[in-house]
Design a binder for this molecule. Structure first.
Ligand code: SAH
Length: 287
């Protein structure tokens, strides 16, 4: 109210003839102010609502609207929290791996209806009875693969393409194979849209690896097997790491196999895990 008083006094000094129109003018000013205030409040409200249903196909290159930019900042804050509490807080130490998970937009890799859970530390459904792994497992597997900038890495089980995107932030070339053709198509389109030009994706049986692109510095298998596929071990360079969930269903462990310079195998098990099964073409999907 103080500004009104100070505004009124100078007007009052200008004489009675100008005094009468002051109130209508002030009222108009107040109304205009209120209108501006309400209008200015709208974008942030729209942003909060839209947060629940982010557009599945936003073009990456065009400029963001203020509401979209605010939404991106909110996703970034959620990612930061995920990295601090869910990853660093649980023992992930590799700085490059932490930075990669802090950068990749996981909400772009999950269905819109669960996008609000994208940065919770949990696996999420991606259709075709498959899941995107929880961020902690992605970080643990990536760290165990010891990715270096000049590396060429193979992933078996593209799924949504998220793990491939994380790897693409860390190494020179990523090769990724997915058994379900529809998932392979979706992931390929998604990775292209998001600008991951160093990922080579194809549909096929990852059990057999990718002989034409072999050998690899590291191989990550993101579906669980009851044994380590021989072709994958053979396509690993000496000095390389093969990270794979192994064991009978319900009793799998995340295993890291290291190939010595002499080709010898060393193996260590990290933690018990649950993964969708590695299947072969012709296997029934529900197996
Ligand atoms: N890495 C994925 C999650 C993988 S879920 C992500 O980041 O989203 C495991 C995936 O492995 C499933 O999509 C499943 O279809 C696939 N898969 C199972 N057996 C396979 C095989 N033999 N070759 C390639 N992919 C396989």
């Amino acid at each position: 109210m103080i500004p009104l008083g100070t505004n009124r006094d100078p007007d009052a000094r200008q004489g009675p003839a100008r005094r009468l129109p002051v109130w209508p003018r002030l009222a108009a000013l107040l109304l205009a102010g209120a209108a501006v205030w309400l209008w200015a409040g709208r974008p942030s409200l729209a942003g909060a609502e839209a947060l629940e249903t982010p557009p599945a196909d936003a073009a990456p290159k065009r400029e963001l609207t203020p509401a979209e930019a605010e939404r991106e900042r909110q996703w970034a804050r959620q990612r930061e929290r995920m990295v601090e509490l869910g990853l660093r807080g649980r023992g992930i130490r590799n700085r490059r791996v932490l930075a990669a998970l802090g950068k990749v937009a996981r909400h772009e890799f999950v269905p819109t209806r669960v996008a609000h859970l994208a940065y919770a530390d949990r696996a999420l459904p991606i259709g075709h009875e498959q899941t995107i792994s929880q961020p902690y497992i992605v970080a643990l597997m990536t760290q165990a693969a010891d990715p270096q900038p000049e590396h060429k890495v193979l992933e078996v089980g593209t799924g949504s393409g998220y793990q491939a995107a994380v790897l693409a932030e860390l190494v020179a070339e990523v090769y990724t194979i997915e058994l379900v053709p529809a998932l392979a198509r979706e992931a390929t389109a998604r990775l292209k849209r998001l600008g991951y030009g160093n990922v080579h994706a194809r549909a096929g049986d990852g059990y057999l690896g990718w002989p034409k692109a072999a050998p690899f510095d590291a191989i990550l298998v993101t579906c669980g097997a009851d044994h380590v596929p021989r072709p994958l071990w053979e396509q690993l360079k000496p000095g390389g790491k093969l990270v794979i969930p192994v064991g009978p269903p319900g009793r799998m462990w995340l295993r890291v196999l290291s190939k010595g310079a002499d080709g010898k195998e060393r193996s260590r098990d990290l933690i018990p895990v649950r993964f969708v099964p590695l299947r072969r073409p012709g296997d029934r999907p529900e197996k």
